[in-house]
Ligand binder design. Structure first.
Ligand code: C2E
Ligand code: MG
Ligand code: MG
Length: 705
């Protein structure tokens, strides 16, 4: 026998081999066969089930409907496949119930009807199904109620789904969003980002993308987000849709910006601070190095700001600083950077200048903004500013060097009398760097004979006769050549050295007159004017020293004239007048030097009553000739004459200037037109050569009366 299915044991073995439970009932519902699997499933032994009604395996509540089912089923039998509907419940021996899937198949043998029921334990399948539902449920929950704004996009980048957080973030409802692409609510400048990223994802260039973009909230606010976008794929790797998870970083951005603003700006004025300025400056220098751009830094320092702080307190000082910044900001070009350098100092970085003159004009504009007083704390404060300017137009300058040089130029501006701007020159740098060394050398020069007095003739403008001369100090430095008095006198003024130097000038000048007299074949007696510095003037030894020098030399006191500037009156006016009285008592005249450059020249004229006023050369040979200048000059000359003072014009350089002064009736003058300052012997030679022009002067009379 080759066919196994004809073997009498075949049915038994087959039934035992099946993994599901098998039960066969006859047409009355009595169990005629069960396999071992069903016995295991129900807890009954096979013997207990055989010949029992199928009802033993059916829970009581389903028995009645089952009887009906069975009879109709037997009458019209048709196979029923196994389903997973969960409708079938098996009752076990211990009364417990099991969800099962059942397949029924009817058959007939010898006109008798039978039904085979294959019973599969449905519990694991059910568990599997339920957990699938759970995952979907949990996922939906995670999506819907996620704090992170999320959305799904289709292949055309249109919204399939969005969650509440996303809707909230951009102030739009689900209905407004689903079906649209993000163009409608993306910041116009960021449309490209969205498209480019989508292209890179769909082309497979990247498998996921992280980027930052800006949305527009319905109320118009800009919302900055960080987006993470990745495709969701099916089992074989096809992209189903795209998942976008996002993070609102608007506040974070703002905070970072605020922090970096704080790190780079001055809290009082809101201006750039040193760190930011250094950065901008080094960029500007790099551009200059590459392209030769012309740039400038202006270092501004408020004049006498300390005085404001001391008088009115720091609160008012701060208010004043803010007002100053307000005015400065008004004239700051957008391409330029204004920085608070510290205290009352500011830096202005100007880039892409056409010419150095533009830097000068900028400085002038700054100076003009200070012309009006500042209204602070119920009062008006007049404030000045001094400016040091540095230019560059090529490689080789460092930020430190620029600022150092600006500082040197600023120092120079202060030294020249404040409220002005000065360009840095290499010469200045040398001065500044060796200030200390220079003071030492000056001290040495005084004793070694390197310091000399030169004399510039002072002429009667009507007759062109020499009537006197101004003593001007000269220093021939072994390495640096002639050092200008503006540099070394200022240096000496910084300490007591000026007193020694001043004494030297006095003694030399008196000696020069004596030499002149002894060598002179003529009877005329020129005078000498000697410049006095501020410190010298207020030195208690000044008057006794002069008295002593005069008596030792036997010089007529009327031939010695002392030049002072308005600055001597900056100290206590009572003391100043006292010194002047004592000098006058000695028979010495006072000349008010650099007249017209100070602030209160007129009031001091009446107070000090000098014998002579020396008109500053800026009026005599101004940089720009103008009607205005001419009128001023004329006014000063006639003022002096009306007050019965002798007027000396300084710095006459041209014939036309001389002619003009003559017409105005100016008495005396000096300047390069006649002669520079020179050694007394050389000057004497010159005068002697021009003997015909020399005559005893009447001015001596007028000087002593
Ligand atoms: P100052 O007293 O006003 O002297 C006049 C300045 O004008 C001198 O400069 C002189 O050389 C210059 N000068 C004369 N004629 C002309 C001209 O036609 N054109 C131009 N551009 N300049 C002319 P210097 O010698 O350089 O002296 C500068 C300043 O230094 C003086 O100004 C004075 O304030 C100070 N100084 C010079 N010698 C002494 C001194 O012995 N003692 C003190 N305390 N100061 C001195
Ligand atoms: Mg002088
Ligand atoms: Mg002068």
């Amino acid at each position: 026998m080759n066919r196994i299915d004809e073997h009498p044991q075949f049915g038994h073995h087959l039934s035992e081999a099946i993994a599901d439970g098998i039960v066969i009932v006859d047409e009355t519902g009595v169990i005629r066969h069960v396999n071992r699997r069903l016995a295991n499933l129900t807890g009954y032994s096979r013997e207990e089930m055989i010949d029992q009604d199928i009802d033993v395996l059916i829970p009581g509540r389903f028995r009645d409907p089952h009887v009906a089912h069975l009879s109709t089923y037997v009458a019209h039998s048709k196979s029923r496949k196994m389903g997973s509907s969960g409708n079938f419940t098996l009752q076990c021996r211990d009364g417990s119930e099991i969800d099962v899937d059942i397949a029924l198949s009817p058959f007939e043998i010898d006109d008798k009807k039978w039904v085979t029921a294959t019973i599969r334990d449905g519990r694991s399948q059910r568990v599997r199904e339920r957990s699938h539902d759970d995952v979907e449920q949990r996922f939906r929950l995670a999506f819907e109620s996620n704090m992170a704004p999320m959305m799904f996009h289709d292949h055309e980048n249109r919204v399939i789904a969005v969650n509440d957080a996303f809707c909230l973030m951009i102030g739009r409802t689900r209905d407004e969003l689903v079906g649209l692409d993000s163009t409608a609510y993306t910041h116009p400048e960021d449309l490209g980002i969205t498209e480019a990223t989508h292209d890179r994802l769909t082309s497979g260039e990247v498998s996921q993308a992280r980027y930052v973009k800006r949305y527009l909230h319905k109320d118009g606010r800009v919302v900055v987000v960080e987006v993470f976008k990745a495709p969701a794929r099916d089992a074989v790797g096809n992209t189903l849709y795209y998942v976008l998870s996002q993070r609102d970083i608007t506040e974070e951005r703002a905070l970072t910006e605020q922090l970096s603003h704080q790190a780079l700006h001055d809290p009082l004025t809101g201006l750039a601070n040193r760190a930011l300025f250094d950065d901008r400056l080094s960029q500007a220098l790099a551009r200059a190095a590459r392209f030769g751009d012309l740039g400038a830094v202006l270092l501004l320092d408020l004049d006498d700001f300390k005085g404001v702080n001391d008088t009115y307190g720091h609160v008012v000082g701060d208010q004043l600083l803010r007002s100053v910044v307000q005015r400065l900001e008004e004239i700051t070009r957008t391409s330029d950077t204004l920085c608070r350098f510290g205290g009352d100092e500011f830096l202005y970085l100007a880039e892409a200048l056409d010419s150095p003159d533009q830097a000068h004009q900028l400085a002038q504009r700054v100076l003009r903004t200070f012309a009006q007083p500042f209204a602070v704390a119920g009062t008006f404060l007049q404030l000045g500013v001094s400016i040091g300017i540095v230019l560059w137009d090529g490689p080789g300058t460092s930020t430190t060097e620029v600022i150092q040089n600006a500082d040197i130029a600023l120092y120079e501006a202060k030294r020249q009398g404040k409220s002005r701007s000065v360009f840095f020159t290499a010469n200045m740098q040398l001065n500044a760097m060796s200030r200390f060394a220079l003071t030492q050398q000056l001290r040495h020069a005084l004793h070694s004979g390197d310091l000399e007095m030169h004399y510039q003739p002072i002429m009667d403008l009507r007759t062109s006769e020499v009537v006197g001369f101004e003593a001007l100090m000269r220093w021939q430095h072994a390495e640096r050549g002639w050092v200008p008095p503006s540099v070394f006198i200022a240096l000496a003024e910084e300490n007591e050295l000026i007193l020694e130097i001043g004494l030297f000038a006095l003694r030399e000048s008196i000696e020069a007159l004596t030499r002149w007299d002894t060598k002179s074949a003529h009877a005329h007696r020129p005078f000498v004017t000697v410049n006095l510095s501020l410190r010298q003037f207020h030195d208690s030894e000044l008057v006794p020293t002069i008295a002593n020098a005069l008596s030792t030399s036997g010089l007529e006191p009327s031939r010695l004239i002392l030049e002072i500037t308005e600055s001597v009156t900056l100290l206590e006016i009572g003391e100043t007048l006292n010194v002047i009285e004592r000098l006058k008592a000695l028979g010495i005249a006072i000349a008010l030097d650099d007249f017209g450059t100070g602030y209160s020249s007129l009031s001091y004229l009446t107070l000090l009553q000098p014998k002579i006023i020396k008109i500053d050369q800026s009026f005599v040979s101004p940089a720009h000739e103008s009607v205005h200048n001419h009128t001023l000059l004329e006014a000063i000359v006639s003022l002096g004459r009306n007050l019965n003072m002798i007027v000396i014009a300084e710095g006459i350089e041209t014939e036309s200037q001389l002619e003009r002064l003559r017409q105005m009736g100016c008495d005396l003058g000096q300047g390069h037109l006649f002669s520079r300052a020179m050694r007394i012997d050389d000057l004497k030679e010159l005068v002697d050569e021009n003997r015909g022009h020399w005559a005893g002067s009447n001015y001596q009379l007028r000087l002593t009366d």
